[in-house]
Design a protein around this ligand. Structure first.
Ligand SMILES: NC(=O)c1ccc[n+]([C@@H]2O[C@H](COP(=O)([O-])OP(=O)(O)OC[C@H]3O[C@@H](n4cnc5c(N)ncnc54)[C@H](OP(=O)(O)O)[C@@H]3O)[C@@H](O)[C@H]2O)c1
Length: 294
């Protein structure tokens, strides 16, 4: 099965190499607007041939459009104008938020289309070669493309999860919240530790085991059982002290503390319904807390 890659960036280069190494595909044309990028992919994969223009791409069974999300639809339109007959081909992209609908211009000309989103960070292609196995990949689109991609990606260790296209926006919001907002939360927490007089390196060493242990508990026991701390215990005065400390030192963080405390309180009420009275007191405290003192 021959695979063309359009967009020789981090994901395209890594997927090209993983699929080529599986022996189930041979690399066909490699195209990127900047020819250097296509040459780097060729070197990394030790296969395929660099095409200087889109219309020089050879016929292929499989096409991966691994360009930025915002470029996928117009690229599909360009390809549809250049090549009239797409029957027998599978064309897919790897965007987490968009569906196979972006590839409609090619589907109208006979292509079978799909979107396959690996929940993986392709920051370093070399490293991803050894860490990709076990990655969950959500898949939607035409049935024959789903079958083809499911078989191929399972061979390189992906866990395929079928997803309804209409749910992709919500699904992507969930993964972005977990990954991006964890970073923001850690940044806020490290800043507060430093403000409390703990040196930056010591702050990281203090936080890392706590965060790793919490993450491990969440995935082993579920969020309700992993929840510890003053809110679930019902320690109203401790929460009041947190609010005072933030009000004095970092009032810009009061709003985010309060909103997360309310979410935590709802979880705490499910985890410890017997502490209902204590939780109600915390609820009153939070509801009369200003969103910000600044
Ligand atoms: N990186 C990740 O961790 C990750 C994870 C899951 C899904 N994805 C998805 O994978 C896709 C690619 O992301 P990426 O991170 O690999 O991006 P990237 O590293 O920026 O690569 C995109 C490549 O596309 C090329 N390109 C841009 N516009 C083009 C066009 N109009 N025609 C042809 N080539 C074009 C760019 O190089 P030139 O300037 O040479 O054209 C670049 O090499 C996106 O849909 C993204 O949502 C990425």
């Amino acid at each position: 099965m021959r695979l063309n890659i359009v967009g020789c960036g981090k994901l395209g280069t890594t997927i090209a190499r993983l699929l080529a190494d599986s022996g189930l595909v041979s690399l066909g044309g490699l195209y990127s607007r900047n020819r250097e990028n296509a040459h780097k992919t060729l070197q990394f994969c030790a296969g395929g041939s660099v095409c200087n223009t889109l219309d020089a791409l050879p016929r292929a069974d499989l096409w991966l459009l691994s360009v930025p999300d915002d470029a996928i639809h117009s690229l599909a339109g360009q390809l549809a104008q250049l090549f009239p007959d797409w029957r027998g081909t599978t064309v897919f992209h790897c965007s987490g938020i968009h569906t196979a609908m972006l590839l409609a211009p090619l589907k109208q000309q006979g292509a079978s289309t799909a979107s396959l989103h690996p929940v993986h960070s392709f920051a370093d292609p070399q490293q991803s070669l050894s860490t990709f196995a076990g990655t969950s990949c959500t898949l939607e689109g035409d049935i024959d493309s789903q079958q083809r991609l499911s078989a191929l990606f399972s061979t390189i260790g992906a866990r395929i999860i079928a997803i309804d296209g209409s749910s992709k926006a919500l699904y992507h919001t969930a993964t972005a919240m977990a990954s991006n907002y964890l970073v923001s939360l850690m940044d806020m927490s490290l800043g507060l530790l430093e403000a409390s007089g703990i040196a930056p390196q010591a702050a990281k060493e203090l936080l890392a085991p706590l965060v790793m242990q919490t993450a491990s508990n969440i995935f082993a026991k579920g969020p309700q059982k992993a929840l510890t701390g003053p809110i679930v215990r019902g320690d109203r005065d401790t929460v009041a002290t947190h609010l005072d400390a933030l009000g004095q030192h970092s009032p810009e963080l009061l709003a985010v503390y309060r909103e997360l405390a309310l979410v935590t309180l709802a979880l705490a009420q499910q985890a410890r319904p017997e502490a209902g009275d204590l939780h109600a007191e915390i609820g009153k405290l939070l509801s009369c807390t200003p969103r910000s003192l600044s």
